[in-house]
Design a protein around this ligand. Structure first.
Ligand SMILES: [Zn+2]
Length: 236
């Protein structure tokens, strides 16, 4: 029959594996969500520049229409000047033409600054697109890795749980219960001893007690923390 102490050590190993897998499985979805968020932000930034270009193009077209509209008005006014009867009317028409021309020149200035801004964005957007693609691809690859890790971790958990269960079944009922109880309270139920200290609570063990442990023929608990102590050879 397998030594109960060795069996306990083995059980604790599987117990750890299960716990580690569970902890990692809690962490992984959070990491994936974080990466997805980063991708989203990057794509939004890029979309913002693209939207701005569209806005500028639209505004530019409106300004062009405004100018054409004013030109039409100016032409009409110029034609009217031939028909006026008084100097006063004539001056009034010219004033109106001047006003419209001045307006158009302002609109043209605005169009220039629109073109300038558009050009600036266009110049940097190709680089931004390339950078964003690289950034997103890298993050997506990382997400794939994490998803794969998730799957293998689930597999690992299942395997460790099965082994844990198998080995727990090999223990006498009262020992299985004791193990479970200490593990629930202390986290670690079994402590390996190589010198004269409990590795769970660092309490010193007496020589007499250590000699008893070295015999490895019964279940002995730490007098301080209550964990199961297992003596192992220092080089083992
Ligand atoms: Zn202890």
């Amino acid at each position: 029959m397998e030594n109960e102490l060795d069996l306990l050590v083995k059980i604790q190993g599987f117990d750890y594996e299960v716990k580690e897998a569970k902890a990692r499985l809690t962490q992984l979805p959070k990491e994936i969500t974080r990466l997805e968020k980063e991708i989203e932000t990057k794509e939004e930034d890029l979309k913002h520049s693209e939207t701005r270009i569209q806005e500028l193009k639209k505004t530019y077209k409106l300004k062009e229409l405004e100018i054409a509209d004013n030109e039409g008005k100016i032409n009409k006014l110029n034609t009217q000047t031939f028909a006026v009867k008084t100097n006063e009317e004539y001056r009034a028409l010219l004033n109106e033409v001047e006003f419209l021309k001045k307006g158009n020149s302002e609109v043209e200035d605005e169009m220039l600054s629109i073109l300038e801004e558009e050009e600036n964005i266009e110049n940097s957007i190709d680089k931004s697109r390339t950078e964003a693609k690289e950034y997103v691809d890298t993050k997506k690859a990382k997400i794939d890795d994490l998803r794969n890790e998730c799957e293998s971790m689930q597999e690992k958990q299942k395997t460790a749980e099965a082994k844990l269960e198998d080995n727990l079944a090999k223990l006498p009922n009262d020992l299985e219960e004791l193990y479970g109880k200490i593990a629930r309270v202390r986290g670690t139920a079994v402590c390996m001893i190589t010198n004269n200290t409990c590795t769970g609570c660092y309490a010193n063990l007496t020589h007499q007690f250590l000699n008893e442990l070295k015999k490895r023929n019964k279940i002995l608990l730490c007098g301080n923390c209550g964990r199961i102590l297992v003596y192992t050879e220092p080089n083992k």
